[in-house]
Design a protein around this ligand. Structure first.
Ligand code: SAM
Length: 294
């Protein structure tokens, strides 16, 4: 497959060798060097040409260059590995005034803040990334955790290990259904767009990856705070084989509380759909606020 990008910049392999960018495991680096694939991912971003896109972990810039070639309005990148800075500067020189580069840890940067300073505030912000495996789920939970909803972004187009992608989109009564499925789907809709085989990456990871799209929606229960949903899912799915009346006992739940929302207490967490788990979390939130005010 060709890796020659049609943007007058050198091919990615040449860039990597010129800058001595050997992939480091500690940064979760598996690079995508195939133009067909990076452009295919970039084209999944909704309303791309009218949008400001935030990319986490541009690395040598394969996806960044695809996003720019596909016509994104501006591209903001956050990269932890300083060795990538000169490469990103070269891309920036080829696309004047289109790239904002931040060198640092995406977990520590206020992304809403850096995206709010861009011109043309009526243009939507979308996030697109081939995420480092070691921080992928933590970043996803961070994006989903904000008290402000709808959030600063209109969509997330993200690459995960296929197994993680399946957990994100999973429905009740299947093995992959768990904490991540609930935390994502209570206020977003999710789907897997396509898979990418290990051979597409340099170096090749051990497992297949999937590109997932996550679009924020109205929460299934207005007023519910993420922290309470996190607590309920942690307790319930932390001991999946236990019945709810046992796993939620440490949070102060009696069987009568569970009956209040139509449960018997003998259910296992994977049997409950997202709105029911949200109701449990709301009950917990109300109980906690009573404790705080009494
Ligand atoms: N986007 C490139 C591509 O598709 O070829 C690189 C993807 S590679 C899987 C992940 C990238 O995320 C690496 O460039 C790595 O240095 C960067 N990275 C790892 N942890 C990070 C963090 N906490 N914040 C920002 N970037 C990070």
């Amino acid at each position: 497959m060709s890796e020659k990008l049609d943007d007058n910049l050198p091919p990615l392999r040449e860039v990597i060798s010129k800058h001595g960018l050997s992939a480091k495991k500690s940064f979760g680096q598996n690079f995508l060097l195939d133009l067909n694939l990076t452009c295919k991912i970039a084209r999944q971003v909704p309303d791309l040409k009218n949008s400001h896109v935030l990319e986490i972990g541009p690395g040598p810039g394969g996806l960044s260059r695809a996003l720019l070639m596909e016509g994104v309005k501006t591209l903001t990148v956050i990269e932890k590995d300083r060795r990538c800075e000169p490469i990103l500067d070269e891309i920036s020189a080829a696309y004047p005034n289109r790239i904002n580069t931040h060198i640092g840890d995406a977990m520590a940067i206020d992304m809403a803040e850096i995206m709010s300073g861009l011109d043309g505030t009526d243009s939507p912000v979308h996030i697109c990334a081939n995420l480092p495996y070691n921080v992928g789920t933590a970043l996803l939970v961070k994006w989903l955790s904000g008290d402000n909803w709808p959030p600063f972004f209109g969509s997330l187009t993200l690459m995960f290990q296929k197994e993680v992608a399946e957990r994100i989109i999973a429905k009740p009564n299947c093995k992959a259904y768990g904490r991540l499925s609930v935390l994502t789907n209570w206020r977003a809709k999710t789907r897997i767009l396509f898979d990418i085989p290990p051979s597409a990456f340099t170096p090749a990871p051990k497992v297949t990856s999937s590109v997932v799209q996550i679009i924020p929606t109205k929460p299934c229960l207005a007023g519910l705070k993420m922290e309470y949903l996190e607590k309920i899912t942690e307790k319930a799915f932390g001991q999946r084989r236990k019945m709810l009346r046992a796993s939620l006992k440490p949070l102060g739940f009696q069987t009568s509380d569970l009956e209040e929302i139509g449960l018997t207490g003998t259910e296992r967490p994977e049997q409950l759909d997202v709105p029911t788990i949200a109701k449990l979390a709301m009950l917990y939130q109300e109980k906690q606020s009573l404790i705080k005010t009494s």
